[in-house]
Design a protein around this ligand. Structure first.
Ligand code: FAD
Ligand code: NAG
Ligand code: NAG
Ligand code: NAG
Length: 613
């Protein structure tokens, strides 16, 4: 959506410097035949959000040799991913796998994009940086579902201290001073930097004040409360958005976990531009080797792990690799001509994502970001300010304030959320036209975007192989089954009505109206019937890009799972899964925090099981 003509310019001076300085430890390889050995203690598949956590933690034990195999590119000096504001530009770019869904029956047969990171850092280098750690209730529900108290909130929460550090936002003077500006429970002294928006917008306090006003008046039974910290166990409320950024730059799992280890340890090798095509059976039902290739028909190289293979290829890549290895539903695999090695019926099932609808308003303001995106001179000077000083509009994500709510209809037996501290729906506010999905930036005008999402959806779908040909170079069938469960439509309608309530609060109406009119298709739906709104939803709904569940954990007696509570693939040996695919239900929040948590937890389990230091 944004013009990025300048953003890819190579940082020549840095590259030169790197070739002149002796690089003592860094072991980043671009082809399998460069590797010093084909045998490692651990092979991690995917240098993504969780995979890099595992790589860092396992390589703390200098007696173990670790290899990470990553399909995508090096993330070094890619401005597109460094600039926080450019998050929405990463889909369909050099850092994306460019998947899309199958036609979605409840969305008029539309297919929608499924962006996934194709780069060191994985999707942590594509995402919009919203930083949540899910509610107490979510983790307690995982403990209950797996029968393992190691997943309960009390046991999990201490891991957060190892993941992130909260840092100041010196370029946003409007934030409350510390200690209010110090969400301490969910952050500690870990390598991921987390901050509030580094640049103030004119809507931030309209949202904050509306929430406080609605809370005080008891509107909606207190459903719009303000919160200082939505990451302290109770997710409900509106407040400043914590973002995984610091010093005006994105903080990814590559910058936080991978590069520091790569630059200082000699027992960690990373191989990029290379895909794991399948697992190889090394002895009956033990799969401790992988076959890798650099193109669909390229030569295959076998790499062996003497201890374990860790699948961290994400909710799309992990089930795809399992299925291509013959580990999955036997009948389904037979249909595409893949020989079964172990019949594990739920691989690829329970695929679930958060649905989202964008609504637009033209507004009485000339301080939205719309002009900056449209006017090349303004864009260039804003980028220059970021390049020179890491300041200005581009030094933060485009969403400064968000809120999570429960819906009245969600209570009782029908409630899909994991408990009263977990949300059903979410609203996000953007100070300009957020051109996500198929929408295009209008040529003129100033806008407000209100995004409504369902964070406890009931609809689910599945991932299946489209073909056995081409291995992981062939995209699988990704079916989210969006809106196939009625609950999700009810919930999103509620979120849209809540947005109406919000925008009628005093900060938007007085002293003069901020909103001129709803814009585009939304103009008809906004003032129409429920049926008009439903039509708008089916026509425009996309997702928040949070797929999970395709290798979900379950207790030993529950056959609907793929992994056990120690993240081992059930029924086989030598393979663990550590990524977003293991969630037994979708976190009712933006999931990167919980994914990092799975990374730390997974690393801890591996260290325990193999006696690592
Ligand atoms: C556009 C976008 C916006 C988002 N916004 C947010 C947000 O604001 N906040 C939030 O919390 N979450 C957000 N998310 C979701 C979040 O980024 C993901 O949930 C999380 O990063 C998933 O981590 P993962 O470790 O499971 O997988 P990933 O980080 O995707 O890592 C998987 C890695 O495995 C590699 N891989 C896959 N297959 C193979 C193979 N066969 N061989 C070798 N390597 C392979 C991939 O290239 C990738 O590097 C967003 C996601 C996207 C795409
Ligand atoms: C995804 O699409 C972009 C834009 O066309 C392209 O540059 C990139 O190489 C594609 N990704 C892959 C993995 O092919
Ligand atoms: C928000 O409330 C504060 C405190 O009452 C007030 O100073 C500020 O002007 C308000 N801002 C907006 C945009 O309503
Ligand atoms: C923006 O609006 C303000 C107040 O309405 C006005 O003073 C200012 O000149 C406008 N700026 C631009 C660039 O149009």
């Amino acid at each position: 959506m944004f013009s990025l003509s300048r953003s890819m310019k190579p940082l020549l001076s840095l590259t030169l410097l790197a070739t002149l300085l002796p690089i003592s430890q860094a072991a980043l390889f671009t082809s399998p035949d460069q590797l010093p050995t084909t045998e490692y203690d651990f092979i991690i598949v995917g240098a993504g959000t969780a995979g890099n956590v595992v790589a860092n933690r396992l390589s703390e034990d200098s007696s173990k040799r670790i290899l990470v195999v990553e399909a995508g590119i090096d993330d070094t000096n890619v401005e597109l991913i460094e600039v926080p504001f450019f998050g929405p530009n990463t889909p369909q770019s050099i850092v994306d796998w460019n998947y899309s869904t199958t036609p979605q029956s409840a969305l008029n047969g539309r297919t929608i994009p499924v962006p996934r990171g194709f780069v060191l850092g994985g999707s942590s280098n594509l995402h919009y940086m919203v930083w949540n750690q899910a509610s107490e209730d979510l983790y307690d529900s995982y403990a209950q579902k797996t029968g393992d108290s190691g997943w309960a909130w009390e046991a999990i929460m201490p891991l957060w201290k190892k993941i992130s550090t909260f840092v100041a936002s010196p370029n946003n003077p409007s934030l409350p001073p510390p200690p209010a500006n110090n969400p301490s429970l969910s952050n500690g002294n870990g390598p991921v930097q987390v901050n509030f928006a580094n640049f103030a917008t004119d809507i931030d306090f309209r949202v904050v004040n509306s929430s406080k006003e609605l809370e005080a008046s008891g509107a909606g039974g207190g459903r719009f409360k303000f919160t200082d910290d939505m990451n302290a166990g109770d997710s409900i409320g509106f407040g400043f958005n914590q973002e995984s950024a610091g010093g005006g730059t994105r903080s990814s799992s590559a910058t936080a976990y991978l590069h520091p280890a790569l630059n200082s340890r000699s027992n960690l090798d990373v191989l990029i531009h290379t895909q794991v095509m399948k697992l190889k059976e090394t002895s009956p039902l033990t799969f401790t080797a992988v076959e890798v290739a650099q193109s669909a028909d390229g030569p295959l190289t076998t790499l062996t792990a003497t201890s374990e293979v860790v699948l961290s290829a994400g909710s799309i890549g992990t089930p795809q690799i399992l299925l291509l290895s013959g580990i999955g539903p036997k009948d389904e695999l037979a249909q595409v001509g893949v020989e079964s090695t172990f019949d594990l019926s739920h691989v690829g099932k329970h695929l679930i994502d958060h649905p989202l609808v964008l609504t637009y308003y033209s507004v009485n303001s000339n301080t939205t970001f719309d002009d900056t995106i449209r006017q090349s001179d303004l864009f260039a000077s804003t980028l220059e300010l970021w390049e020179d000083e890491r300041k200005g509009l581009f030094s933060t994500s485009s969403t400064n304030v968000i809120g999570f709510m429960r819906i009245p209809q969600g209570e009782g037996a029908n409630d899909p959320s994991s408990g009263p501290r977990s949300a059903h729906i979410e609203l996000l506010f953007t100070n300009g036209f957020a051109a996500l999905g198929d929408t295009k930036q209008p040529d003129e005008g100033h806008f407000l975007t209100v995004i409504a999402a369902v964070v406890s959806p009931k609809s689910e779908g599945s991932l299946t192989l489209a073909s056995a040909e081409g291995g992981t170079f062939t995209h699988p069938n990704i079916d989210y089954g969006l809106l196939t469960n009625e609950f999700d439509l009810v919930a999103i309608q509620q979120a849209l009505r809540d947005a109406d309530t919000f925008l009628n609060a005093t900060p938007w109406t007085s002293p003069s109206p901020y909103i001129i009119a709803p814009f585009g298709d939304w103009a008809i739906a906004r003032d129409g019937t429920d049926a008009d709104r439903e039509a708008y939803i089916r026509k425009n709904l996309i997702t928040v890009y949070h797929p999970v569940g395709t290798a979900k954990m379950s207790s030993d007696s529950d056959a609907t799972g793929v992994t056990d509570s120690r993240l081992r693939v059930k029924g086989i040996k030598g393979v663990r899964v550590v990524d977003a695919s293991i969630f037994p239900s979708i976190p009712e929040c933006h999931p990167q925090g919980p994914v990092y948590t799975v990374g730390e937890k997974g690393a801890q389990l591996i260290k325990e099981d193999h006696g690592l230091a």
